[in-house]
Design a protein around this ligand. Structure first.
Ligand SMILES: Cc1ncc(COP(=O)(O)O)c(C=O)c1O
Length: 450
């Protein structure tokens, strides 16, 4: 008996810090209960023993699932995961779409000036006025949109937040959202978080475009929105005006909102124009145009995104955004006002430089034995791996990163129906020539290894 009380008190003495006791130190609760009811114990001792007993109860393993049903549906981002593998195996990272060259010096200087002039506190939650003004000017000449910076623009923490905010603000549980397949990896988790039911329309190789009938078949009276990435990650498709007209007609017919991810708006090749869906007839009032600084100004780590939408939608977006993140980094927004007013020559050079990187990588990949059609926009290429006898994109990508030292993204991570992506891997080419050359040199070993 004395020993039992001693054990129990040792447990109780541990309760002091935070009321928690490591379960392995705790005594059996039944024994504690027995001890606590022993008539010879004083009231104080009994109280201590009861505390020990209830603490033991608190330490029992959780009876209910800890994670929400939404969180339990997620897996880690394959793209970001491949970047971690690249570090681990000292591989050339052609997986995650982040440039390895510096941002424009003038832009960096503008950010430094903003910090030097003590722009250190929260900006207006929906975006610093100067930046919104600059975004409106840019949208006018580049997208052909007349935008009121006071009521129709929201600045977010990257376009990633913008997409989530749009869906959280528009979707009721069970509403359907149309996605292309393949699609940029984030859209499916965004739909899950918003409670949307995704429906897919296929974009098929080799030119990665869609069949109008298959697109039309995805619409019905439960459709709330379509998410369209243009220029497209991962396929590099730049939708023509005629294709966008088909999307627009369906949006009007079914009273659907178009959420366009135009983060690669300035990265288009071979003279292809970038057309904003919102600029087509009757689309401005039902479009959310998402963009950002990450890709156009080579500052993926700055986390400045933009949403252009009618005032009624923007009002809701701003509220949701406020509670999600309050706002993007204030000094970087200040620099953004400088960025969006860059001379047009900046943008011409940006796409010309990317076109030369595209040509460098794509011709080398064809030479090595991959099958692909060079993309018309964005900075990715989907490469078919069947010529190497490969049938499993994940195993193939793992082989590339671990044995050859080149990180890519398995194609299936862009598909809901994983089988459709098994014969592809995605390369990105937002890299210096020397990086691309190093990757190519390593890839040349493929022919003999596989
Ligand atoms: C299609 C697409 N949208 C959004 C993002 C993320 O953009 P941000 O850095 O603005 O969040 C990426 C990044 O790779 C992307 O490819």
């Amino acid at each position: 008996m004395i020993m039992l009380i001693d054990w129990a008190l040792r447990d109780v003495s541990l309760l002091g810090h935070n009321g928690r006791v490591a379960p392995r130190v705790l005594s059996e609760p039944k024994i504690l209960a027995g001890v606590a009811s022993t008539p010879t114990l004083s009231r104080a001792w009994r109280a201590l023993l009861c505390r020990a007993k209830s603490s033991f109860k608190r330490q029992r393993p959780m009876q209910h699932p800890v994670l929400s049903q939404k969180a339990a549906r997620f897996t880690e981002s394959v793209i970001r995961g491949m970047s971690i593998e690249a570090l681990k195996y000292n591989a050339v990272n052609l997986a995650q779409g982040m440039p390895d060259f510096p941002a424009p010096p003038d832009l960096k200087a503008a950010a430094c000036r903003a910090i030097e002039s003590d722009i250190n506190q929260y900006a207006v939650t929906w975006g610093a006025r100067g930046l919104r003004q600059a975004i409106a000017e840019h949208a006018s000449w580049h997208l052909g949109l007349t935008v009121d910076p006071e009521t129709e623009i929201t600045v977010t923490c990257g376009s990633t937040e913008a997409m989530l905010v749009a869906l959280l603000s528009l979707i009721n549980p069970g509403d359907e959202v149309i996605l292309s397949q393949p699609f940029y990896e984030n859209y499916w988790p965004d739909c899950v978080l918003a409670g949307a039911v995704p429906r897919f329309f296929p974009m098929r190789a080799p030119d990665w475009t869609f069949d109008p009938d298959e697109l039309a078949a995805a619409f019905n009276d439960r459709t709330k929105a379509i998410v369209l990435c243009n220029p497209n990650n991962p396929t590099g498709t730049v939708f023509s005006r005629a294709e966008l007209e088909q999307v627009a007609a369906l949006c009007r017919k079914w009273d659907v909102i178009a959420i366009t991810d135009e983060i690669y708006e300035h990265i288009v090749y071979d003279g292809r124009p970038h057309v904003a869906l919102a600029s087509l007839d009757g689309m401005r009032e039902r479009s959310v145009t998402i963009g950002g600084m990450s890709k156009t100004y080579s500052v993926t780590g700055w986390r400045v995104g933009t949403m252009i939408a009618p005032a009624s939608l923007t009002h809701a977006f701003r509220q949701v955004h406020d509670y999600v993140s309050i706002g993007a980094a204030a000094p970087l927004q200040e620099a953004g006002a400088f960025a969006y007013r860059m001379p047009r020559a900046y943008y011409t050079k940006l796409s010309a430089d990317y076109q030369s990187r595209r040509d460098r990588l794509c011709s080398a990949l064809l030479d090595v034995g991959f099958d692909l059609v060079p993309p018309h926009g964005a900075y990715y290429v989907m490469a078919n791996i069947e010529a190497f006898g490969a049938t499993d994109d994940v195993a193939f990508a793992r082989h590339l990163v671990r044995d050859l030292g080149v990180a890519t993204v398995p194609g299936s991570s862009f598909f809901h129906d994983k089988a459709l992506g098994r014969q592809y891997i995605r390369f990105c080419f937002c890299k210096q020539d020397s990086t691309l050359d190093a990757a190519i040199e390593r890839l040349r070993k493929l022919q003999v290894i596989v």
